[in-house]
Write a protein that binds this ligand. Structure first.
Ligand code: ATP
Length: 336
C-alpha cells in the first residue's frame, strides 16, 4: 500500500491499546460488467476493481473521514462493511462479526445513513417510522424513549414528529434519518454524505449532533463526504481512497501538507485599497473593498487576521476551505 502520509509524517497516532471495531485485511471487490462489443450482439465481460486490497483498522470511538474522488470505491467499501455486498477477497470484521456470514446479527450493532436515500417510510409521519424501527430492532421501551428524546432534543425534531416524511425538507429529512439510525444504540455508524445538499445551519446542526453522540457514547464513525468542513469539525483521522486503494491515512493537517493546499481569507475593508500585504499570505484578487488572500491550509488563520486588523480598516472576514477534490488533486501533484 502506498502511504502518501508517510512522506509528510502522519500526525495521527492510532491508539494501539484501543480495541479495533472496524478491521479490514486485503479486502477487494471486483464487479463483473458485461457490455455490448461493437455493433453486433456480442457481449464482452470486463472486470471493475472497485476496491483493491484495503487494509486498515479503526479503534472504538474514533471518527474517521473516508474521502476520495467520484468512483474511488467509497460506497462499495461501506456496502461491504454493512454486509450488503460480499467482498471478492480479504477479511472484514465489524465488532468481531463477519458481515457476510452474520448480516442480521451485525445490523443490531451498526447504523447506516445514506445521504442520497432515505430509510424512512415516505408516507408515514416521522414518529411512526421510528415506531417501526423500534419493532424491527426490538428496542426496549425505556431505552427507546430515552434515545428518541435525546435525538429529538439535539436534532430539534419535536415540531416534525407528526409530519409525513415526504413533506420534510432535505435538511429535516436528513436529521430524521440520522435519528432513525441511532435509536438502537449502534456501536458503529456509517455516514455516506450526510450533509450533501444541506444549508449551512442544517450542516452545522448535524455536525454538532454527531460530535455529541461520539463524545457521549463512544460511537465509532466512518464518514464519507465531499465537504472538507465535515472532516475538519469531526475527524482527527482521514483516509483517502482512489481506484479502490488507500492513498493516505493520517491527520487532515498532514494531508494539507502533502498537497500544499491553501485556504482563502476573504476580507472586507472599509473602502477600496491597494492589494494588502501580510506575512504568511499571498494576495489573490480584489473586487471593490473585498480582497482574497491565500495561505497554507495547515497554518492558523489567527495571526493573519490579527495582522490585517492591526494594519488595515478591516470590517468583516471569512475563511474558505479548499475543495476536497483540489486537496486530492494537489496530493497527486496535479494543479487543483
Ligand atoms: N454494482 C456495480 N456494478 C458494476 N460496477 C460498479 C457497481 N457499483 C460500483 N461500481 C463501480 O465501482 C467503482 C467504485 O464505485 P463507488 O460507488 O464505490 O465509488 P464512490 O467512491 O462511492 O463514488 P462517488 O463519490 O461517486 O459516490 C466505480 O467505477 C463504479 O462504477
Amino acid at each position: 500500500m502506498e502511504r502518501a502520509g508517510d512522506a509528510a509524517g502522519t500526525e495521527h497516532a492510532p491508539d494501539s491499546a484501543a480495541e479495533p471495531v472496524i478491521e479490514l485485511e486485503g479486502v477487494a471487490k471486483v464487479f463483473d460488467v458485461r457490455h455490448r462489443a461493437g455493433r453486433g450482439l456480442r457481449r464482452e465481460r470486463r472486470e471493475v476493481r472497485a476496491v483493491d486490497g484495503l487494509t486498515f483498522t479503526v479503534p472504538r470511538g474514533e471518527v474517521v473521514g473516508y474521502i476520495g474522488p467520484n468512483g474511488a470505491g467509497k460506497s462499495t467499501t461501506i456496502k461491504m462493511l454493512t454486509g450488503i455486498l460480499n467482498p471478492s477477497a480479504g477479511r472484514i470484521r465489524i465488532c468481531g462479526i463477519d458481515p457476510t456470514r452474520e448480516r442480521t446479527r451485525l445490523a443490531r450493532r451498526i447504523g447506516v445513513v445514506f445521504g442520497q436515500r432515505t430509510t424512512l417510510w415516505w408516507d408515514l409521519p416521522l414518529r411512526d417510522s421510528y415506531e417501526l424501527v423500534r419493532r424491527m430492532y426490538r428496542i426496549g421501551t425505556a431505552r427507546y424513549e430515552a434515545n428518541l428524546a435525546r435525538c429529538v432534543e439535539l436534532l430539534d425534531l419535536s415540531a416534525l414528529l407528526d409530519v409525513p416524511v415526504r413533506q420534510l425538507s432535505l435538511g429535516q429529512r436528513m436529521r430524521g434519518d440520522i435519528a432513525a439510525a441511532l435509536l438502537h444504540d449502534p456501536e458503529v455508524l456509517y455516514l455516506d454524505e450526510p450533509t450533501i445538499g444541506l444549508d449551512v445551519i442544517s450542516k452545522s446542526r448535524v455536525r454538532d449532533f454527531l460530535r455529541t453522540v461520539n463524545a457521549e457514547r463512544s460511537t465509532t464513525v466512518l464518514l464519507t463526504t465531499h465537504d472538507l468542513t465535515d472532516i475538519e469539525t469531526l475527524c482527527r483521522r482521514v483516509m483517502v481512497i482512489d481506484h479502490g486503494r488507500l492513498m493516505y491515512d493520517g491527520g487532515l493537517a498532514g494531508l494539507h501538507a502533502v498537497g500544499e493546499s491553501e485556504r482563502t481569507l476573504v476580507a472586507d475593508f472599509a473602502h477600496e485599497l491597494a492589494p494588502v500585504t501580510v506575512e504568511g499570505a499571498r494576495f489573490v484578487r480584489a473586487e471593490g473593498p473585498r480582497q482574497w488572500l491565500a495561505f497554507p491550509a495547515a497554518a492558523s488563520a489567527a495571526p493573519l487576521v490579527a495582522a490585517l486588523a492591526a494594519r488595515y480598516p478591516l470590517v468583516d472576514l471569512s475563511v474558505r476551505e479548499p475543495a476536497i477534490e483540489d486537496v486530492i488533486a494537489r496530493m497527486y501533484g496535479q494543479p487543483g
